[in-house]
Design a protein around this ligand. Structure first.
Ligand SMILES: Cc1cc2nc3c(=O)[nH]c(=O)nc-3n(C[C@H](O)[C@H](O)[C@H](O)COP(=O)(O)OP(=O)(O)OC[C@H]3O[C@@H](n4cnc5c(N)ncnc54)[C@H](O)[C@@H]3O)c2cc1C
Length: 285
């Protein structure tokens, strides 16, 4: 049975179409994940609602408070955005490390987050940046912190009638340094075996704020606040970096899949947390 295809031109019309279709409806953004699910017959929606015709969902904008990225912005656009490259280069890097350029030209940032595949790159950086998403439904609009958004394997806080419209990355006073270290264990275009994002602010050579997120190691990207706090108030030197890498390796119960065993992932967390921190520390000195 073939699905009905609809392409609304406003967020309101998309919300309405999704509400009307109920459990039979499925949103389609870039289609890179959805097309595989359809082809493998994992899902068989009666109505496909494309978000491709909604202009307002695409683009990067910037204010004194935050950087906003529309859910339909392609990963390639995020990677190439001058604003993202200048203010949050790790996000440009993470988007630039997804699959290959054909995938990135099609895949959207909103689709990547909504898919919630544990082996993804952009969510790790966005979590370290304290980002939120905005979602709309017939009940109205709400903002969800990324720390509350990912709830498990392929599971998010989005309700069935909700559309993710925007990603908001708060600005912080002073200069932030960001890094993303991706480790692939199989091929140069693969998803991560482990991905680590580090976001740090320094005042007079002392670390005033640190965010570290580890992705692809367990069901959802993880931060460990107690371990991050080890860096605050001191220079990000060798022994602090080692303690934080140990803290993350010990603190995450790693999963096992074709990209690596649980033991191997733990070892890679140790290495890649250190590398990401060394990168932000070397620019911060
Ligand atoms: C060959 C290949 C290699 C890849 N490599 C990587 C990699 O290295 N790293 C990585 O992170 N990812 C990788 N991916 C995954 C890719 O990044 C995601 O498939 C993509 O970002 C999903 O975005 P999309 O716009 O194509 O979403 P779609 O496929 O259109 O949708 C994905 C899911 O999200 C839902 N959805 C989409 N948009 C919204 C919205 N605005 N609101 C609510 N729900 C929505 C859809 O209903 C669907 O369930 C790879 C994919 C492929 C095909």
């Amino acid at each position: 049975m073939s699905a009905e295809f609809t392409r609304p031109e406003s967020i309101e019309a998309a919300v309405e179409a999704l509400g009307e279709a109920g459990d039979e409806g499925k949103l389609i953004a870039g289609g890179t994940a959805l097309a595989l699910m359809l082809r493998q017959r994992l899902i068989a929606p009666a109505v496909l609602i494309s978000l491709d015709g909604i202009q307002r969902l695409t683009g990067v904008s910037s204010s004194a408070d935050d950087i906003r990225i529309g859910a339909m912005t392609r990963l390639r656009q995020v990677e190439a955005s001058p604003e993202v490259r200048r203010a949050i280069p790790a996000l440009a890097a993470a988007c630039g490390e997804v699959g290959n350029v054909r995938v990135r030209n099609q895949a959207t940032l909103g689709g990547n987050l909504a898919e919630a595949d544990y082996a993804s790159d952009p969510p790790t950086v966005l979590l370290a940046l304290d980002a939120s998403v905005r979602a709309v439904s017939p009940a109205g609009e709400r903002q969800i912190r990324l720390s509350d958004f990912f709830q498990g394997f392929y599971t998010t806080a989005l309700g069935s009638g909700e559309i993710l419209t925007e990603i908001l990355i708060p600005r912080r006073p002073g200069t932030r340094r960001t890094a993303y270290a991706k480790y692939r264990s199989r091929s140069s275009e693969d998803r991560p075996c482990v991905g680590v994002a580090a976001v740090a602010a320094f005042e007079d050579g002392v670390c005033s704020e640190l965010g570290v997120a580890v992705g692809a190691a367990c069901e959802t990207p993880r931060r460990i606040a107690d371990v991050e706090a080890l860096a605050v108030g001191q220079p990000l030197g060798e022994s602090v970096i080692r303690d934080i890498a140990e803290g993350y390796a010990d603190g995450i119960e790693t999963l096992e899949d074709l990209r690596g065993s649980s033991w191997y992932r733990t070892e890679m967390i140790r290495v890649f947390v250190r590398r990401a921190l060394e990168e932000v520390a070397s620019v911060g000195r």
